[in-house]
Design a protein around this ligand. Structure first.
Ligand code: C5P
Length: 218
């Protein structure tokens, strides 16, 4: 059977992972969370004491480790990682290593290898523009900054983690700016991507919209 490739891009907090994971499940495809790869790399570099400003050293680490993507997480050299890659420190470091062209080339290669042998729903920032330019369906998922901050606030407080709405808005604004303005592979909507604004839509509504676009191409 021909491979079927779905690319879902968008800014931080637009709900990509939740939506992409469920779309993959409904279509019986493999879900690939590329953000988790940048996060896992940052976590490993931190643990191994690798100098995060040394692009060569981080790239060397990226090349030498094995990432295993699973439906609900990621393994690095066999070690399962979950909440430890979602801390503010790792988020910040992931965003920094993601600006390094040598690191991106290595991770993009690994992402393309995963998609070379199977059908996938892959989410990230550069999937439709860079990693899978020939994807069958490209979605650009977005929501207003206020709404993304509100969702993050709910997520944190539900876990009992104290949060400040204004500080979250500021963080999201900063991450957007980093992702959109970096010199290499910045976040942007691919010309042939479908824009889905989730500000006033429930997760289930967004999933149905994306599934419909997929079914039109299947
Ligand atoms: O999506 P998530 O927030 O988990 O991604 C972590 C970081 O990795 C982001 O801050 C983003 O800068 C970076 N990233 C990227 N390209 C991707 C996926 C994530 O630059 N394809």
């Amino acid at each position: 059977m021909k491979r079927f490739l779905v690319a879902i891009d968008g800014p931080a907090g637009a709900g990509k992972s939740t939506v992409a994971r469920q779309v993959a499940e409904r279509l019986g495809l493999t879900y690939v969370d590329t953000g988790a790869m940048y996060r896992a790399l940052a976590w490993k570099a931190l643990r191994d004491g690798v100098d995060m400003e040394d692009e060569e050293a981080v790239a060397h680490l990226a090349e030498s480790i094995t990432f295993t993507l699973e439906p609900n997480g990621i393994r690095v050299n066999g070690i399962p990682l979950k909440d430890e890659i979602r801390t503010p420190q790792v988020s910040e470091l992931a965003s920094a290593v993601a600006t390094m062209p040598k690191v991106r080339k290595i991770l993009v290669n690994k992402q393309q290898e995963i998609a070379a042998s199977q059908s996938v729903v892959m989410d990230g920032r550069d999937i439709g523009t860079h990693v899978l330019p020939n994807a069958d369906v490209k979605i650009f998922l977005t929501a207003s900054i206020d709404e993304r901050a509100r969702r993050r606030y709910k997520e944190l407080t539900a876990k009992g983690i104290p949060a400040d709405l204004e500080a979250l808005q500021e963080q999201i604004r900063r991450r957007d700016e980093n992702d959109r303005n970096r010199a290499y592979a910045p976040l942007r909507q691919a010309e042939d991507a479908i824009l889905v604004d989730t500000t006033n839509q429930s997760v289930q509504e967004v999933i149905e919209v994306i599934l419909q676009h997929c079914r039109n191409k299947l």
